[in-house]
Design a protein around this ligand. Structure first.
Ligand SMILES: [Fe+2]
Length: 400
């Protein structure tokens, strides 16, 4: 694999192949036989109640950089949209300006959340041919969008809930995002001593779906989009004494795009997935895992900005079995303990991870920070500790 195999976003972010192997578990793969080749993420599109303020929050707290904008001043009288970047990761945050915008009804239903997991593809038409042949719902047939910076080829297909995958080929485009958007920067300045970047890329995006529908969506990603099974978590692995869920992970050929899909399982109490489905009013994106190269520095910087994380009890770190299993990691355990960072190890290596509290008023979407060192897993060894932490929070919210 060479530098040419990196996406434009990764090259712009000055990331190297070796770094991406480590950061997101990038693997070699031959796309020529793939009926639906996906090169990576294009962007995560959010619909929120106040894009102006959410854009500020992603910059001021999460260290993202504003790079493009559209809104009334650029001829879009329906909504404002802010495009932000951290490393190879792009977020687009949209909020209604016109009270009759269709974003208003959508936001009333779901609250702040993710409407579109856009994917970079080298051949939009080929992907849509495959999608049609496999009976997927095509929301937008392939079309060009052009301005003075060139042409983008776009199409969109439906995924779980109201989530869509816009397919984007921007190989003939040099603008800041899409036609209709203009370059924009902001006067926000990083705090002195803050890391240059708090995250480098998107590692995985998790979807919560209804009871009994996980396999249907796993099948969708495999059959329509040529994804393969990467992992599955069923049974005692991911049950506490009170609640349970099931999870399967599918990934695209090069493993840049990884989609864990969760469904609730029957337990004594209400599962965290049920709580999500109730408050989001249906299936949707539960969390986005952000790949960090220095999770310690990122957590410290985020805490300084007031970001709250799930708490990990001290018993987690004193557990002899855990200590024996995780072995040596790059920092002393007490450095992890003082920040509540979790560790997991498998046959390939280890990972460090931590989970933020929900980002929105509803107990729905949240971020995970993940620092991989060889491990291609998802922290299964931490699921129980994580779920117990979530249950403590569910109980405080009166939803357990
Ligand atoms: Fe995760």
């Amino acid at each position: 694999m060479t530098i040419e195999d990196l996406t434009t976003d990764e090259q712009l972010a000055h990331l190297s192949v070796d770094q991406l192997r480590e950061l997101v578990g990038l693997v070699d793969y031959d796309s020529s036989l793939d009926p639906f080749p996906v090169s990576g993420w294009d962007g995560i599109v959010w619909i929120v109640g106040n894009a102006t303020q959410t854009a500020h929050y992603f910059q001021s707290a999460f260290g993202m950089e504003l790079e493009a904008y559209c809104g009334p001043e650029t001829g879009n009288r329906d909504h404002k949209a802010f495009v932000m970047r951290s490393g190879a990761a792009r977020f687009v945050v949209k909020g209604a300006v016109d009270p009759n915008s269709e974003l208003v009804a959508r936001h009333a239903m779901h609250g702040d959340g993710i409407s579109d997991i856009s994917l970079a593809v080298p051949d939009v038409d080929r992907c849509i041919r495959r999608a049609v042949a496999q009976g997927a719902v095509v929301l937008e047939p392939p079309h060009n969008s052009t301005d003075e910076h060139g042409t983008v080829r776009l199409a969109a297909i439906a995924a779980y809930g109201d989530v869509r995958h816009t397919l984007v080929d921007r190989s003939n485009y040099s603008g800041p995002y899409l036609p209709g958007y203009v370059s924009r920067s902001s006067s926000h300045a990083r705090r002195e001593g803050a890391p240059h970047r708090l995250f480098q890329a998107i590692d995985h995006v998790v979807g919560n779906v209804e009871l009994g529908r996980m396999d249907e969506w796993v099948d969708f990603y495999k059959r329509v989009m040529g994804f393969t099974n990467m992992a599955e978590f069923i049974g005692d692995d991911i049950a506490t004494d009170y609640s349970a869920l099931m999870s399967k992970v599918v990934a695209n050929g090069n493993h840049r795009v990884k989609f864990p899909l969760n469904e609730p399982a029957i337990g004594k109490r209400k599962s965290q997935i049920d709580e999500y489905l109730d408050f989001y009013r249906g299936p949707g994106v539960q969390h986005i895992a952000l790949a960090c190269s220095d999770i310690i520095g990122s957590v410290d910087a985020l805490r300084r900005e007031g970001i709250e994380f799930l708490e990990t009890p001290d018993a987690y770190y004193s557990d002899a079995e855990l200590r024996a299993r995780i072995g040596r990691v790059r920092v002393p355990i007490d450095e992890l303990q003082s920040r509540g960072i979790l560790v997991d190890r498998d046959e390939d290596g280890y990972l460090l991870q931590i989970f933020c509290r929900p980002l929105t008023d509803r107990p729905t979407v949240f971020f995970e920070l993940i620092e991989r060192h060889g491990s291609l897993g998802f922290g299964v060894g931490n699921f129980k500790a994580l779920f117990e932490a979530i249950e403590r929070e569910q109980e405080r919210r009166g939803n357990f």
